[in-house]
Design a protein around this ligand. Structure first.
Ligand SMILES: Cc1cc2nc3c(=O)[nH]c(=O)nc-3n(C[C@H](O)[C@H](O)[C@H](O)COP(=O)(O)O)c2cc1C
Ligand code: SF4
Length: 429
């Protein structure tokens, strides 16, 4: 199903299989008008517009962007330089939405960064890029060079008194580098572990200076909000949370892919109309609505609107909005093995429940999947879902890793029991 250009501002310039628009093409398509509008306002006015739009961070937690910006100290005494960092690490399993924007319309991100940096008066910005997004790195570097030549970056941007330097930084390729404080350690060249909060990055971030970390999709929304206004942005959505969202579907559907749709589009519509429903011979067994670290939802949840509040009410999280579908011929325990193996490998080792708990969980799941599991192994898995919780670990990696397991134990109870009683995986003949 195609979506009209005016209803998909983030992706309207993206032409699959073709080079992204160069700066002249981007300007012809209305690009850099949001920045021109922003520079006519005070930084606090820009923050206020973003607050009014209701934009919430697209990196997973859904924190209101304008509110985040408003915590940055704006007085003369604030430590300089301030930093504006785009989180484009994107290593969450099943998630590939930022890549579309980074490769498909790099100037949109560059424009969003300049506006965001202006709003908090940051002088230095970084794009923290997933290590294997080499094409994005090339296209972003070209866009940055073009933007600098046209006066959108560097000293005295468009004749104003605002200066900004923007760098692309290639990540070391660890999932933990996407956690915002781990990211700051990585940028400083330190071991990638999380930092205590408070102090929050807005007050004391990179090298102890005020720092904003925002997801790439979040930042791409900003030029459109400035160009068209907060009311326009709110009206794009089908729910209270404003704007559109890049949703994605992977798994055994007819047309896996990514679509920019109104925030609040029901799950059923994304699965059936946009991804074409399940492939012939397969039925939906469950799905992770927002990447690998969200709770499973099942058939009864298909009418849930995909927005932060509704998905939470249904028992999961909107997360990155990229759906991983589990079909009825794939072993749910095998799927959990893959996920937990990834999370255990990516643990930074800083705190015990994650460093020891995730490998333990993975070993138990492997034993059950291979038919070596016992009843008490299921009980032990349940114990771990209670022990590895927010508050018991230093960051959100391990509690996120536990979400699919905890909900899997609830929805696929029979599958766990059959593996134990039959002493084999019933999905493998
Ligand atoms: C283990 C872990 C990995 C994360 N990876 C990413 C990531 O790749 N990209 C991202 O934007 N946010 C990621 N986050 C969330 C960030 O910590 C942070 O909330 C986000 O970048 C803030 O941006 P937003 O307010 O625009 O959503 C991750 C969080 C955790 C705990
Ligand atoms: S939960 Fe603990 S060990 Fe796991 S990644 Fe976070 S800080 Fe590191």
């Amino acid at each position: 199903m195609t979506v009209a250009d005016e209803k998909r501002p983030l992706t309207k310039n993206i032409r699959p299989g073709q080079e992204p628009l160069d700066i002249a093409g981007y300007e012809r398509a209305g690009g850099y008008q949001g920045l021109r509008a922003a520079l006519k306002m005070t930084p606090l006015e820009v923050q206020e517009i973003v607050k009014k739009s209701g934009l919430r961070g697209r990196g997973g937690a859904g924190f209101p962007t304008g509110v985040k910006w408003s915590v940055v100290p704006m007085d003369e005494k604030a430590r300089r330089p301030k930093y504006f960092v785009v989180n484009a690490d994107e290593m969450e399993p099943g998630t590939m939405k930022d890549r579309l924007l980074l490769e498909g319309d790099p100037h949109e991100l560059v424009e969003g960064i300049v506006i965001g940096a202006y709003a908090v008066q940051a002088e230095v910005a970084y794009i923290y890029l997933r290590w294997d997004y080499r094409l994005a790195a090339k296209r972003l570097s070209r866009a940055i060079a073009e933007a600098r030549e046209r006066g959108y970056l560097g000293a005295k941007i468009l004749g104003s008194s605002f200066n900004l330097e923007l760098y692309v930084h290639i990540s070391t390729g660890r999932y933990m580098a996407g956690e915002e404080t781990g990211l700051m350690n990585a940028l400083e060249g330190k071991r990638i572990t999380p930092r205590n909060k408070p102090p929050f990055p807005q007050q004391s971030g990179l090298w102890g200076h005020p720092t904003i970390v925002n997801n790439a999709e979040t930042v791409c929304n900003v030029p459109h909000i400035l160009a068209n206004g907060p009311e326009w942005f709110k009206a794009l959505a089908r729910s209270e949370d404003g704007g559109t969202k890049i949703f994605g579907v992977s798994g055994r559907v007819k047309h896996p892919g990514l679509w920019e749709l109104p925030m609040g589009t029901p799950l059923r519509e994304i699965l059936e109309e946009h991804s074409g429903g399940m492939q012939d011979g397969y039925r939906l067994k469950g799905l992770l609505p927002g990447g690998g670290s969200t709770d499973f939802l099942v058939e009864q949840h298909l009418d849930t609107p995909m927005d932060y509040g509704s998905v939470q009410k249904a028992g999961s999280r909107l997360g990155t909005g990229t759906i991983i579908v589990l079909d009825d011929r794939t072993c749910p325990i095998g799927m959990l093995v893959s996920l937990e193996r990834f999370f255990a490998r990516e643990s930074c080792g800083w705190c015990t429940p994650c460093r020891e708990g995730l490998p333990w969980v993975t070993r138990l799941l492997i034993a059950i999947e291979e038919g070596r599991g016992e009843e008490r192994d299921i009980e032990m898995l349940e114990f771990h879902t209670k022990a590895i919780r927010p508050g018991n670990t230093f960051c959100a990696l391990a509690p996120g890793a536990i979400e699919p397991l905890e909900s899997g134990l609830k929805f696929f109870k029979d599958d766990f029991a059959r593996h134990v009683s039959q002493k084999r995986c019933p999905y493998h003949q």
